[in-house]
Design a binder for this molecule. Structure first.
Ligand code: PLP
Length: 389
């Protein structure tokens, strides 16, 4: 008689037949069996190590963590269910009541918002705008415990001097935390310049296919242990094994994608930089070349662009006439995407961030560069038809 219950529920795998898969195995389980009661005791008393529950750790997720730690030159990494999960876990784990945190206001907007929200837990923040790195230090006080920043930053892709920040902060026991998503671990390694914590949104280049949301933190063992124990296990935004597996798949093509996208951005910016309809381009290939050559091993393909004399009508005509670039949030996948900074009701916020009405964030994907150039130029022709420039 067939043991229907057993056939349906057992998961034994014939190891010999499945010895060497080319792609990693997805260990898509929430829980792991203990061998017996003694084993359960040994694991809980720390005598033996074992994956026991996926929120706390998972073998597939561990593959991703090891790879990103190695690429960043860090001791350890911890993956999260989103970039924001990684950012929140880091700040909630490393800061406590009475602390002060400095955030450079050109970072991803939600990062500013979560840092400002710390006020209700008695943590003060200064959201600052700086032109030069050393201006950051004017905002430091006795309580300052963290400097949070991006370099290149979101929207304007401005660079800060990482060594200057880390030298200053280390002497004062201030954590330095950088969101390195723009550069990927291939184009910039901030830990090598003394920065304490590196964060990536894996939803962008690392995932690479616009099909996952994930995040990761890299730092030394001690810092990651703190972020792991509080920010991951207790706050709970751990990455799912399936999404970890998709991020590992993304990593396999990351070097070749970044190489191709670097070629595309240079070609496109060379073509756009002298166009009279474009008032300004923000990208390290165009601005702050000295800092770029000190810290970047390559140029990624996300940039800012300001249309000259932009009106809401010009913005609308430009965006609606793009056929290769799509109007959508996010970046880092195959498809080229564009996002106007002006959302209809955010002029005040734009002013605070120093953004012009005609500011766009543009992501160049893996399409042919000539196709992208033609698309942008023909949309500009359409948007400015009959306008004096
Ligand atoms: N950091 C940067 C620079 C981003 O652009 C984003 C999202 O767009 C995030 C962090 C947040 O990542 P996620 O959307 O994975 O939470």
């Amino acid at each position: 008689m067939k043991d229907i219950q057993n056939i349906c529920t057992s998961i034994e795998v014939n190891d010999q037949k499945m010895s060497n898969p080319v792609a990693p195995i997805i260990v898509q389980t929430s829980s792991f069996r203990f061998e017996n009661y003694q084993h359960y005791l040994d694991v809980n008393c720390g005598k033996e190590e074992m994956y026991s529950y996926t929120r706390d750790g998972n073998p597939t997720t561990a593959i991703l963590e090891e790879k990103i730690a190695a690429l960043e030159g860090g001791e350890k990494a911890r993956a999260f269910a989103s970039g924001m999960g990684a950012i929140s876990a880091t700040i909630f784990s490393l800061l406590k009541q009475g602390d002060h945190v400095i955030v450079v206001n050109t970072v991803y907007t939600s990062s500013v918002k979560v840092i400002q929200s710390l006020k209700k837990f008695g943590i003060e923040s200064s959201v600052i705008h700086v032109n030069e790195t050393q201006e950051i230090f004017d905002y430091v006080n006795e309580q300052t415990k963290m400097i949070y920043f991006e370099s290149p930053s979101s929207q304007k892709f401005e660079m800060l001097d990482l060594k200057q920040i880390s030298n200053f902060a280390r002497k004062r026991n201030i954590y330095t935390v950088i969101d390195n998503t723009w550069s990927t671990p291939l184009f910039q390694n901030p830990l090598n310049h003394g920065i304490d914590v590196v964060i990536h949104s894996c939803s962008k280049y690392i995932g690479g296919h616009s099909d996952i949301v994930g995040g990761i933190v890299v730092a030394n063992k001690e810092i990651v242990k703190t972020i792991d124990e509080y920010g991951a296990v207790l706050l709970g935004a751990s990455l799912s094994p399936h999404d970890a597996w998709l991020a590992i798949r993304g990593l396999r093509t990351l070097p070749i994608r970044m190489k191709s996208q670097q070629e595309t951005i240079i070609k496109v910016l060379d073509c756009l930089k002298n166009d009279s309809r474009i008032k300004k381009i923000y990208h390290p290939y165009i601005q702050q070349k000295e800092l770029a050559s000190t810290y970047l091993n390559g140029y990624s393909s996300l940039f800012g662009m300001v249309l000259d004399n932009a009106t809401p009508q010009i913005i609308e005509r430009f965006v609606n006439h793009l056929h290769v670039l799509s109007l959508a949030y996010s970046w880092g996948g195959f498809e080229s995407l564009i996002l106007p900074a002006f959302k209809g009701n955010n002029e005040e916020e734009m002013k605070k961030r120093g953004l012009d009405l005609g500011h766009f964030r543009v992501y160049l994907g893996l399409e042919d560069s000539n196709l992208l150039i033609n698309d942008i130029l023909s949309a500009l022709d359409y948007a400015y038809e009959g306008e004096e420039i």
